[in-house]
Ligand binder design. Structure first.
Ligand code: CA
Length: 225
């Protein structure tokens, strides 16, 4: 899982990166609020660990902006602000959990695990696309994608296997559910339409000759740590 760690305290940063890495996650560190905001707007993450007292942009503003973009990934707030009203405000802004500093690293690890488990089942994020399993909806940035039933079926099959090849037969089968089995060129038609619609999502559907199609993120240049 990919975790954005927005924390400006170098000692705490090191400790938390260690915990996340030991748990098998990839930790990306942002040392200020503007950097965190930029990374969240452009890169896919499964969880944000968000310090409230960040330089340049307060953690609560980062959180508000995240939710305004309709990004639903889980957020764990870390804060030295331990008054009840701060805690309530953080949760009201859309945080999923709140830890007051100082805390035990073992507790941090347990909360991260719980949040990732919760987030995993309902949403997949790829590039700028969020796929909501429960309502079968694809959202790019703030905008829900207008997709036909067939386009939805194809995209769902691809989203279930990000970075892996999905065969043409599988896609044809998805298109043909409840109907006669769909032909190869019908698959091509819907892939073509999806490609256009995914243009804004930093995603591409690669043709893997003779095998099928693969959904993958377009490598963002110059935005990686
Ligand atoms: Ca801080």
């Amino acid at each position: 899982m990919r975790v954005l760690l927005a924390e400006d305290d170098a000692t705490l940063q090191r400790g938390l990166v260690q915990v996340l890495t030991d748990a098998g996650h990839q930790a990306v560190v942002a040392g200020d609020g503007i950097r965190a905001d930029l990374l969240l707007a452009t890169d896919p993450f499964d969880l944000v660990v968000l310090d409230l007292g960040l330089p340049q942009m307060d953690g609560l503003v980062v959180l508000e902006r995240l939710r305004r973009r309709r990004q639903a990934l889980p957020v764990l707030i870390l804060s030295a602000r331990d008054r009840t009203e701060d805690r309530v405000r953080g949760l009201d802004c859309g945080a999923d959990d709140y830890m007051t500093k100082p805390f035990e690293l073992s507790e941090f690890e347990a909360r991260v695990r719980a949040l990732l488990r919760r987030g995993q089942s309902s949403i997949v994020r790829l590039g700028r696309l969020a796929w909501f399993w429960d309502r079968r909806e694809a959202v790019v940035g703030e905008t829900p994608l207008a997709l036909s039933r067939h386009e939805l079926n194809v995209l769902e099959a691809l989203v279930q296997n990000p970075g892996r090849v999905v065969s043409k037969e599988t896609l044809a089968h998805r298109l043909g559910e409840g109907e006669d089995v769909a032909g190869d060129n019908l698959v091509e038609v819907y892939i073509h339409r999806l490609r256009r619609k995914l243009d804004e999502a930093s995603l591409e559907i690669r043709t893997v000759r003779g095998l099928g199609y693969r959904l993958q993120t377009v490598e963002a240049t110059g935005q990686h740590d």
